[in-house]
Design a protein around this ligand. Structure first.
Ligand SMILES: NC(=O)c1ccc[n+]([C@@H]2O[C@H](COP(=O)([O-])OP(=O)(O)OC[C@H]3O[C@@H](n4cnc5c(N)ncnc54)[C@H](O)[C@@H]3O)[C@@H](O)[C@H]2O)c1
Ligand SMILES: O=P(O)(O)OC[C@@H](O)[C@@H](O)[C@H](O)[C@H](O)CO
Length: 382
């Protein structure tokens, strides 16, 4: 069995690659970072160090690595005979890997079973986004795309910080992990991945993950950044930051319980577990990594505006979520391209234009007045 995995970064090596390896797949990593690919191609193995309660070290070996920029033909050939393709490149990068996947699928022999494609990104239904990009790149003369590929949405959860320089290919990760995959598109032939959980209804799981883990995480990052703190665990050790994060998760908990019918006590236990993961002092995770790409995080269906808008539509006022969004508008890490673009948007557009561009919230929406106020206040400081 062979899996081609796009994105040999933190989650690629520290989670998806590891679970596919443990499931018995030969993993072919495809990435455009040349130094990383050269290192992987030259290595026999790397270690995944799980830190926190019950620490462990796991070895990943038997992989290969290709540069999907300079060795595209080789990646296309791998895809044409692979069993599985996964990605962990970032939601905005899916459009760049899709044409390579489309070419690999077009070169596939009709006798092979459909390729099983799963995007492992922090976005609602990231695989649907990837499928539409593959469709856009699809050569119709190659036949029916749906006959050669099965696309399944997934939710991936494991905190994998940026790795310390000098650590080589080894990855430090938290012990917790969860990979939930929609079983329904596979029609009884789902891949066997013992570390993953297959479910019939993925939607509630994706929202629960994004609007709890990622909303809470990003809140800790932006409040921590505003407080001048470097690590997420330090941010969570600050009582004022921790209280604001908790208040945000109370609001998303109310939404998730009300919308999806999660049991309240079960959701509270989920929140507690996640808050304890953020405080893991062994995990060197930073507020700038977790806060990265603030425009993506402030966009319409993402971890802040998504739940805040739904609460507003239900007649609730999401006070804590608006507070976190206000902190996000102040995230100005000079190394972050989206933080620079955010600052420029705030500086050059009027408040109404900036509100709509950043959050996608229209003037008639019940959340609009709240976000317009945040944007207006932030602009007044610039
Ligand atoms: N790190 C985590 O804790 C974590 C957990 C769950 C989900 N995720 C999600 O996984 C995805 C990747 O996150 P990460 O933290 O591993 O980021 P990362 O930056 O460590 O890794 C991304 C990798 O993608 C590669 N890449 C960029 N453009 C590419 C292209 N065109 N073709 C092939 N490879 C390309 C980069 O070179 C990099 O190695 C994101 O969607 C993120 O939200 C991350
Ligand atoms: O990857 P992002 O930028 O969407 O979000 C940053 C972190 O919240 C994220 O990477 C978490 O560590 C991860 O989602 C945990 O499962």
């Amino acid at each position: 069995m062979r899996a081609v995995h796009f994105g040999a970064g933190n989650i690629g090596r520290g989670f998806v690659g590891l679970l596919l390896h443990e499931a018995g797949y030969e993993v072919v990593f495809a990435d455009v970072a040349d130094a990383l690919i050269s290192q992987l191609a030259a290595a026999d193995s790397y270690e995944v160090h799980e830190v926190g309660d019950n620490p462990a070290a796991k070895t990943v070996d038997g992989f290969r690595a290709l540069n999907s920029g300079t060795q595209e033909a080789a990646v296309v050939e791998e895809i044409s005979t692979a069993d599985v393709v996964t990605t962990a490149v970032g939601p905005h990068i899916l459009k760049f890997v899709a044409p390579v996947i489309a070419r690999g699928l077009a070169a596939r022999k009709a006798s092979l079973p459909p390729l099983q494609v799963m995007a492992c990104e922090n976005a609602i239904n990231a695989t649907d986004i990837l499928r539409e990009e593959v469709r856009a790149a699809w050569d119709e003369s190659a036949g029916d795309l749906d006959a050669v590929a099965v696309f399944a949405n997934t939710a991936v959860d494991r905190i994998v910080p940026n790795q310390a320089p000098g650590q080589g290919l080894d990855v430090t990760v938290e012990t917790f992990h969860e990979w939930v995959i929609d079983r329904t598109p596979f029609g009884g032939n789902a891949p066997v991945i013992p570390g993953a959980t297959f479910v019939d209804e993925l939607g509630p799981y994706i929202e629960r993950k994004l609007f709890t883990v990622n909303t809470g995480h990003a809140s800790a990052a932006y409040f921590g950044y505003a407080a001048g703190l470097e690590k997420i665990s330090d941010a969570m050790a600050d009582p004022a930051v921790a209280a604001k994060v908790r208040a945000v998760l109370d609001e998303t908990k109310a939404l998730l319980v009300g919308k999806h019918g999660f049991d309240e006590a079960e959701q509270e236990a989920y929140v507690q577990k996640i808050l304890s993961r953020f405080t893991n002092p062994h995990l060197p995770d930073t507020v700038v990594r977790v806060g990265r790409a603030p425009l993506r995080k402030l966009s319409r269906h993402e971890r802040f505006v998504g739940p805040a808008a739904e609460l507003a539509e239900r007649g609730e006022t999401p006070v804590a979520l608006l507070g976190a969004m206000s902190a996000a508008l102040r995230f100005d890490d000079p190394a972050d391209d989206e933080a620079k673009e955010l600052a420029e948007t705030l500086a050059t557009l009027d408040a109404a234009e900036a509100t709509q561009k950043i959050t996608g919230i229209a003037p008639e929406h019940p959340l609009y007045a709240g976000v317009l106020r945040l944007v207006t206040d932030r602009k007044a400081e610039l």
